[in-house]
Design a protein around this ligand. Structure first.
Ligand code: ATP
Ligand code: FE
Ligand code: MG
Length: 351
C-alpha cells in the first residue's frame, strides 16, 4: 500500500508518502515537514489562529513537494491518511479537508487518523515491532503509558494529572530564557551543566499507579530560575530539570513494566517510547536502563519521527487500510480524541 499522509494538528504542516508491504515492511518515500517556528517564536508559543492560517498557506506546496520527492504520481496512491485530531481544530480541519479533496478527486479511500495513533506507530518507521507492546507516549500535549494490543487497540495504564512532559520542558525552558520550542534548547544547555547542583521535587513518589505530575517541578524550577545570575548556573538548572523529568518518566515506566510483565507471563516483553520527548537522549538512556532491568526490548522512532511528521500518519493510515478500515468523507475534525477511543471511531461498522 502506498499512502499519502497529512499532518496539521499543531505547528507543523507535514506531508509524506509511505509504502507498506504486505509483510509489514515500511519504506518512507518522502517526508516533508514545514515548521512554523518563525511565525510563533515572537509569542513564545503556538498561536492557534496564526497556525491555522499558516497551514492553509503551506499545505498545497508541502503536499506537492512530498509527491515530487517520492517521485510518484497520484495514480500510484492507494489511499490518503490525514490527522483528524486531537489538536488545534483550525489546523486539523485544513489537513483533513485537503485529504478529503484528494480522496474525492482520485477516488481513494480516506483514513481519518488519530494523531496519537500516529505517534504510537512511529517507531515502526525504523524497525519492525510486533504487537503487543508497552508504550510511553511523551509529547507536547500528552504523557501516557499504554498497552498497545494491536491497531487502534490501546489500554491506558497511566497519564499525567497536570502537565505533559514536553509541556514541562517547554515551560521551564521559557523561564530559563530559552527560545521556543524549548525542549531541544534545554537539552543543549543541559549538556554543559551539573544535574546535582540543584535539588528538585520528586512527584508522586511511592504512589502505586502509573500517573505523572510535572507542575511541582515546573513551579520549583521557575522559582530557582528567577534567582540565577550566571550562565553556568543556568546550565546546571537545565541539567537538573532534565534529570528530574527523565527520572520521573523512568520511575513510572518501571512500575508499568512490572504490571505489564505480570499480565503477560511467558511472552516477549516489548517497550516503545514515542513523541517529541523521545528525542531527548537523557530520557532515552534512562528508559533503556528500565528495559535492561526488566527484560524488555527497547525501541524508539528515528529522531526525525519523534516530533510531529506525516510519515507516522501515513503509516497509521496504511495499517488501518491493510485491515480494511477506512473512513467516510464526512469524518469530523476532533479537538479532543483520547487514544483509547480510537478504535471506536474508526471501527468498520461505523463507516
Ligand atoms: P501532541 O502530540 O501531544 O499533540 P505535539 O504534537 O505538540 O503534542 P510533539 O511534536 O510530539 O508534540 O513533541 C513536541 C514536544 O517535544 C515539545 O514539547 C518539545 O519541546 C519536545 N521535545 C522535542 N525535542 C526534545 C528534546 N530533545 N528534549 C526534550 N523535549 C523535546
Ligand atoms: Fe504530536
Ligand atoms: Mg509540534
Amino acid at each position: 500500500l502506498t499512502i499519502l499522509g497529512l499532518e496539521t494538528s499543531c505547528d507543523e504542516t507535514a506531508a509524506s508518502v509511505v509504502r507498506r508491504a504486505a509483510d509489514g515492511r515500511v519504506e518512507v518515500l518522502s517526508s516533508i515537514v514545514g515548521t512554523q517556528f518563525e511565525q510563533h517564536a515572537p509569542f513564545g508559543g503556538v498561536v492557534p489562529e496564526i497556525a491555522a492560517r499558516a497551514h492553509v498557506e503551506a499545505i498545497d506546496a508541502v503536499a506537492a513537494e512530498a509527491m515530487r520527492a517520492a517521485n510518484i504520481g497520484f495514480d500510484a496512491l492507494d489511499g490518503v491518511a490525514a490527522t483528524a485530531g486531537p489538536g488545534l481544530v483550525g489546523g486539523v480541519m485544513v489537513g483533513l479537508a485537503f485529504g478529503k479533496a484528494v480522496a474525492l478527486a482520485r477516488d481513494l479511500p480516506l483514513v481519518a487518523v488519530n494523531h496519537l495513533e500516529g505517534h504510537a506507530v512511529s517507531a515502526r518507521l525504523g524497525a519492525s515491532i510486533d504487537y503487543p507492546f508497552l508504550l510511553l507516549l511523551v509529547s507536547g500535549g500528552h504523557c501516557q503509558l499504554l498497552e498497545v494490543a494491536g491497531v487502534g487497540a490501546c489500554t491506558r495504564l497511566g497519564t499525567t494529572i497536570d502537565d505533559a512532559a514536553g509541556e514541562a520542558f517547554d515551560k521551564i525552558a521559557k523561564s530559563l530564557g530559552l527560545p521556543y520550542p524549548g525542549g531541544p534548547a534545554l537539552e543543549k544547555l543541559a549538556a554543559s551543566g551539573d544535574p546535582t547542583k540543584f535539588d528538585l521535587p520528586r512527584a508522586l513518589l511511592g504512589r502505586k499507579d502509573c500517573d505523572f505530575s510535572f507542575s511541582g517541578l515546573k513551579t520549583a524550577a521557575a522559582r530557582l530560575a528567577e534567582k540565577i545570575t550566571d550562565d553556568p548556573q543556568r546550565a546546571d538548572l537545565a541539567a537538573a530539570v532534565q534529570f528530574a523529568i527523565a527520572r520521573q518518566l523512568s520511575e513510572r515506566t518501571d512500575r508499568a513494566m512490572k504490571l505489564y510483565a505480570a499480565a503477560h507471563p511467558r511472552q516477549d516483553l516489548r517497550f516503545v517510547v514515542a513523541g517529541g520527548v523521545a528525542a531527548n537522549s537523557a530520557v532515552r538512556a534512562a528508559l533503556q536502563r528500565n528495559c535492561a532491568d526488566n527484560g524488555f526490548s527497547f525501541d524508539a522512532p528515528p529522531l526525525a519521527y519523534c516530533t510531529d511528521n506525516a510519515a507516522m500518519i501515513a503509516l497509521a493510515g496504511a495499517e488501518r487500510l491493510a485491515l480494511g478500515i477506512s473512513d467516510d468523507l464526512d469524518a469530523v475534525a476532533r479537538p479532543r480524541w483520547p487514544l483509547d477511543e480510537a478504535a471506536a471511531l474508526s471501527n468498520p461498522s461505523n463507516s
